[in-house]
Write a protein that binds this ligand. Sequence first.
Ligand SMILES: NC(=O)C1=CN([C@@H]2O[C@H](COP(=O)(O)OP(=O)(O)OC[C@H]3O[C@@H](n4cnc5c(N)ncnc54)[C@H](O)[C@@H]3O)[C@@H](O)[C@H]2O)C=CC1
Ligand SMILES: Cc1cc2nc3c(=O)[nH]c(=O)nc-3n(C[C@H](O)[C@H](O)[C@H](O)COP(=O)(O)O)c2cc1C
Length: 164
Amino acid sequence: MMAINQQTFRDAMACVGAAVNIITTDGEAGQAGFTASAVCSVTDSPPTLLVCLNRAASVWPVFNQNRALCVNTLAAGQEALSNLFGGKTAMAERFGAAQWQTGETGCPRLEGALASFDCHITQVVSVGTHDILFCEIQAIVHHPAPEGLVWFNRHYHTLMRPAC
Ligand SMILES: NC(=O)C1=CN([C@@H]2O[C@H](COP(=O)(O)OP(=O)(O)OC[C@H]3O[C@@H](n4cnc5c(N)ncnc54)[C@H](O)[C@@H]3O)[C@@H](O)[C@H]2O)C=CC1
Ligand SMILES: Cc1cc2nc3c(=O)[nH]c(=O)nc-3n(C[C@H](O)[C@H](O)[C@H](O)COP(=O)(O)O)c2cc1C
């Protein structure tokens, strides 16, 4: 049987396509944001999603203290912004590259995102290197942009969608 080391896991996970999101926060610890594909719907009652955040990320202490975040699901054409929030770029440069509104919880909401979910973090569970942030949704802004963005096989891909 093949040993499941880190590379085996990542090679297999690279085949699991996922939406691309910029997760933002603001509050007493300041403003921060990062790119995440590990985002999932949990339940619609109460409306809850989860975000997995590596505790080694520079943004972790900020999210841990603020206890609020906004999940901004990206549309096609926002790949460069995703790369900025996924790299070792200074926070001012990340936020300077796009237009933002202030959401219900005070977190930055990305103009032009497919959907933005403004949330309070209600529960945190640590598993291995990551924290699973359970996020209860306070407000949703939804834009019917025609093309979604997916991270698959270590590259971005555009998804066409019917109007909804
Ligand atoms: N869940 C996470 O923390 C993710 C982190 N990344 C970061 O972006 C880098 C580049 O990713 P790829 O180009 O997709 O190639 P990769 O070969 O590093 O990763 C392939 C896939 O494995 C999973 N993965 C990678 N690192 C992970 C981690 N530390 N914990 C849990 N799952 C992980 C993700 O599904 C990723 O798409 C990664 O090395 C990582 O630093 C990317 C995707 C998800
Ligand atoms: C497409 C993509 C998806 C990512 N998904 C996640 C994720 O789900 N969780 C996570 O902790 N980091 C994820 N990362 C890595 C973070 O975005 C990155 O570590 C973040 O910018 C924090 O880096 P920093 O320590 O420079 O702030 C992803 C990166 C990319 C490019």
